[in-house]
Design a protein around this ligand. Structure first.
Ligand code: PLP
Length: 313
């Protein structure tokens, strides 16, 4: 999807023009993948606009940086305020927000500690991520997700997405819209950029964090909504074949939101349509973010944006 530009990007405490947000080719991150980042959505509601679970995203960014010994000179609260500032300065909503912290231009060599930490926050319009309005046709990837003791999956690090890229490229080249990685023990893990949920016999299942999944904020939101709707929820290691025999399956993620799966490895999930539990959760999720149902969990941080159209193309 072509990137639609906006006017400003937040950099180390200041707003700078989009075109000036550049780094040197010898920056540490370019060579060794030393970045941590977030993906956040801002939605429009009838009375304004709000960022979905902003404090939780910024807390995860701070955690990711801590895991990689990357000192951030801003608190999660300051970074949340910066997100609001950049959205309001650019006047673009709905939008996707991409905060990123990385090791910049300093020393060569694997050890990042002598390279400065840079932080940028950009926002831009972004539409549907997993294609298939009638449900996504996905596959199990031949690539496994990251093994524990190799790359920490609680950190949302740029380098993790080399694995995601392998999964996504393989899927798309083979005619699927997304791939699901197993963990290195063969249990279901997650999509290249989404958490995975299954429904069988009225019970909602998802893989626990120990099966190499990102601690997804949409995942957490869906677990909360499911409990509120009285749906039984089980977090347990899931056998691959569970996805072939389940009644419903869906992805969650900031980019993917709630996307139901029509088929996996060309095996239809249920009858291929969005099942009732997925629909109840989907409708509750979109009702909250679009402002047609009450935000009972206080998940939206308001932003004051008067322009409802993208700036620039
Ligand atoms: C690998 C991976 N898993 C899961 C998710 C979903 O996480 P969240 O709901 O916080 O966006 C993402 C997206 O950030 C991801 O990249």
């Amino acid at each position: 999807m072509t990137l639609q530009t906006t006017a400003n990007i937040w950099h180390n405490g200041k707003l700078i023009p989009w075109d000036q947000a550049q780094i040197h080719v010898m920056s540490h991150v370019v060579h060794y993948g030393s970045s941590v980042f977030e993906g956040i959505r801002c939605y429009t509601q009838p009375n304004g606009a709000g960022v979905f679970r902003l404090p939780e995203h910024m807390a995860r960014l701070v955690d990711s940086a801590k895991i990689y010994r990357m000192p951030l000179p801003y608190t999660a609260d300051q970074l949340s305020a910066a997100v609001v500032d950049v959205i309001e300065a650019n006047g673009v909503t709905p939008c996707y927000i991409r905060p990123i912290a990385f090791r910049g231009y300093g020393e060569m060599g694997v050890n990042p500690l002598k390279s400065p930490v840079e932080i940028y926050i950009a926002n831009f319009p972004w539409g549907k991520y997993v294609h298939g309005n009638e449900g996504a046709d996905v596959c199990i990837s031949s690539w496994a997700r990251l093994a524990p003791n190799t790359m920490p999956t609680l950190a949302k690090a740029g380098a993790n997405y080399m694995n995601s890229q392998l999964i996504r490229m393989e899927a798309e080249i083979n005619g699927y819209s997304e791939g699901i990685g197993l963990d290195t023990n063969g249990y279901l893990s997650e999509g290249s950029g989404e958490n995975l949920f299954l429904v069988r016999g009225g019970v909602l299942y998802t893989s626990p964090l120990a099966n190499s999944v990102l601690n997804g904020i949409t995942r957490n939101s869906i677990l909360t909504l499911a409990k509120q709707l009285g749906i039984e929820v089980v977090e347990q290691a899931l056998l691959r074949e569970m996805i072939y025999v389940c009644d419903e399956a869906f992805f969650t993620g900031t980019a993917a939101e709630v996307t139901h799966l029509r088929s996996v490895d060309r095996i239809l999930v249920g009858d291929g349509t969005m099942g009732p539990i997925t629909k109840a959760l989907h409708d509750e999720f979109f009702g909250i973010v679009n402002g047609t149902r009450p935000d009972r969990h206080n998940w939206l941080t308001p932003v004051n944006v008067k322009v409802a159209e993208p700036v620039g193309v």
